[in-house]
Design a binder for this molecule. Structure first.
Ligand code: NAP
Length: 192
């Protein structure tokens, strides 16, 4: 069965923002350990990405290979190529077309859509947000595991990943790593 992992880049207080903190803007020509664990190590195992329409709109501008410059680091160009190639499922009530290759627009009952995707032939899937869509997946118990990169910041503003959860959800810690900039890379499995 295809696994569905949710990715969250989050502040300590659960905000889906990318805040500045000491070390956060250090440019690098090499992928950091979080990028390697969350993405590069899983290129072969994952072939489908899921997005809310707003998260997709942001990514469709930033990540296609056509947006890359020759001066971009190789791992960034590779990531764009990988993202071009995988299936991109966009949840939207209104969208009718997209420009990014291999994109598919879906709407309807989330539980049924995910069940259908799991039945399709393919590899594992990653839900990339945003928070509005991720909350609905969490509330319906549709996610198998979470990979969280937690920034060392309490922000107090921006969208919350979890919203108002209806029921407690319990998780099992699979791994936890502290990173150079004070971030925590966490891998949790949802207990059903
Ligand atoms: N920190 C991170 O890791 C991270 C990740 C992703 C995004 N973000 C940030 O979060 C913000 C966007 O997040 P967001 O929560 O506002 O929006 P979002 O979840 O990305 O997208 C919301 C949109 O998805 C569609 N949608 C939601 N539920 C649906 C359903 N049940 N069925 C069909 N379509 C559905 C709707 O699109 P329509 O309006 O077209 O119907 C809705 O307006 C951006 O600022 C982005 O930068 C952060």
């Amino acid at each position: 069965m295809r696994k569905l992992t949710a990715h969250m880049y989050t502040t300590l207080d659960g905000r889906a923002e990318f805040p500045k903190y000491p070390g956060s803007s250090t440019p690098s020509n090499k992928p950091d350990p979080a990028f390697i664990e969350m993405w590069i190590d899983r290129y072969d195992a994952v072939d489908t990405l899921l997005f809310g329409r707003r998260a997709y709109d942001d990514q469709a501008v930033y990540w296609p290979s056509s947006a890359r410059k020759p001066s971009d680091p190789k791992f960034v160009r590779d990531f764009s190529q990988w993202k071009d190639g995988v299936q991109k499922i966009v949840f939207s009530h209104y969208l009718t077309k997209t420009a990014w290759q291999n994109s598919r627009i879906v709407k309807g009952d989330l539980t049924q859509i995910v069940a259908r995707l799991r039945r399709e032939r393919g590899k594992d899937m990653i839900l990339e947000g945003g928070p509005l869509l991720t909350q609905q997946f969490l509330q319906r118990g549709l996610i198998d595991d979470l990979r969280i990169l937690m920034f060392p910041v309490i922000l107090g503003s921006g969208k919350n990943w979890f919203g108002a959860m209806l029921n407690q959800q319990t998780l099992k810690l699979r791994s936890a790593k502290g990173l150079k900039g004070g971030e925590l890379l966490l891998h949790y499995e949802m207990i059903r």
